[in-house]
Design a protein around this ligand. Sequence first.
Ligand code: NAP
Ligand code: GCO
Length: 263
Amino acid sequence: MVKFSLDGKIALITGAAHGIGFSMAAALAKAGAKIAFNSSNEASMNKGLEEYKKIGINAKGYVCDVRDEKAVKAMIESITNEIGEIDILVNNAGIIRRIPAVDMDVEEYRNVLDVDLVAPFILSKAVAPSMIRRGGGKIINICSLMSELGRETVSAYAAAKGGLKMLTRTLASEWGKHNIQVNGIGPGYIATSQTAPLREKQTDGSPHPFDSFIIAKTPAERWGKPEDLEGPAVFLASDASDFVNGHILYVDGGILAYIGKQP
Ligand code: NAP
Ligand code: GCO
């Protein structure tokens, strides 16, 4: 369907060498977009390039620390010169540190916010002038169900993702008149390297307690897969969402709607 076509579009997905970013980038490519992605290091970027090649996607990879505004501006200039001006930005790069607040160094806390909240501002601010000049664009911020709920040990992450929800709404407010739609995707619990520690089997082979906890809290009774984010990403990157702005689309199997299974 034409509304969902990304033919002729150029998309930058940050942190998309693997995980959720990789799946969303692959989906945008299958819908017609040219893909640029970045990693924080060469090894991961090269591994990502190999994975894209394996599925027939001619992605272009860059090494760029999203916390570094100078490096981000240089990467965007390279993408513009080598591929073209960015139509779709997916702020996907993110980290988490699971440490009780009393034990968390302020520097550790600040670093999580730098990657998960400041970097999306840096990237969005860097691509917006071109989008404004050209009459529009799409920005998708990868939030989290932790943009709405907290839990122990993830103070920095939840604060960042909560802030990212409001950054999404604020940029949507500022740039809507320029036909730039700024939205978020809020994944629930997705099986990636980020959540691997929460799913590791116990020494006796039994499920990790957190694994069982999430299954009981999720109406779909399963962890999400990176592939579950493909359709939402194409929707928010395409003309099909031209009147959707400042919205956080939760892709969580219903966890935010559910009090949880009675033990
Ligand atoms: P992941 O596999 O760890 O991917 C995160 C990516 O971020 C990595 O590829 C990493 O790149 C990149 N990254 C981290 N710091 C960076 C930096 N300073 N500069 C450049 N790139 C950097 O995790 P994921 O689960 O796919 O998460 C992707 C996004 O979804 C994150 O924003 C995460 O918070 C969010 N999310 C995840 C879940 C979940 O359950 N998995 C749920 C909700 C939201 P390299 O390693 O290639 O350098
Ligand atoms: C955790 C998890 C979550 C998920 C995700 C939930 O420690 O609770 O890592 O933070 O990664 O963000 O949507």
